[in-house]
Design a protein around this ligand. Sequence first.
Ligand code: ISE
Length: 342
Amino acid sequence: MSVRIAIIGAGIMGADHARIVSEDLPGANLHVVCDASAARARTVADDFGAADVSTDPLETVRRSDIDAVLIASPDETHAPMSLAAIEAGKPVLCEKPLSQNSGECLKVIEAEVARGRRFVQLGFMRRFDPSYREMKAALADGALGHATMMHNFHRNVEAPANFTGQMAITNSAPHEFDVARFVLDADYTAISVFQPAGVDASKTGAPVFMVLETDKGQLVNVEINNNAAYGYDVRGELVGEKGSIVLNTPVHTRHNGRLMAFERYAPDWRPRFAEAYRLQNKAFLTFVRTGVFPTIASDCWDGYCAALVAEAGVEALRTGRRIGIDRTDMPSLYIRQQGILQ
Ligand code: ISE
């Protein structure tokens, strides 16, 4: 039986998930596309062959002909929609962040704990990206020795129209917060945030530079530059005592001309992480079918950890101080095996 999926939110990511479900996910059936705009829902449904459309997300989540929910609506709706899906007993693939508020993440955690199982797979898709996976594998097999630092750069062409100043930290940077924590198998203890002198800090997309400390004594730096202009560019390097490993962006061609050689940048994250999204959604389908949570995927606890760091980051930027990060105790539901690599 194919798995009937409803997509909540038909914006840039909702449409991309609709494409993946309809073209790249054998065994899944794009059943309903729901969006506040009926016209946008209809366009995406028609483009990717969904049977039905809706403008009512709660009613969509509860429909008896829906087996699983994919949430790609605006950030502030992720937690309430996840709670509704948990209440309806439906597995969820929820775009990141789970919430920009760690207290709200805890509410979703409580709902899962009350039901005794995980429902929400969180869309930190970089965990499925082959280059980050190789980085983690190189660390695990001892080739790098003890990891001491991880450098991360995250550049967008321009900040989306709906961005606010702090979304560099609460919307973009959580990718790095999550993937560095995943690669290093460590938790953060403190964050400091800087901005280059002379930037207009009130301008949406003004660069931020963060330094995180982990409970293993490592330093992780993250540059977020949402208005980098030249292309979508994510870089990373993991430095160990015996060597380092650098992410390579998959590029298919090199252009030669006018006495130059050059490679093209993607305009946004979708082409760069296409394989990660595909593998992530495939893992979600298996989760829906088997009830076994994918070994490497992010869950609500990971979403909570990312939200805590983001909150501390906003505070660090506002005060100019180094902010410590404290977590509540992790419920046993979220305990994973060590060395999560498969
Ligand atoms: C966006 O929401 C994403 O998730 C992208 O992956 C990221 O590159 C971008 O900065 C975010 O705004």
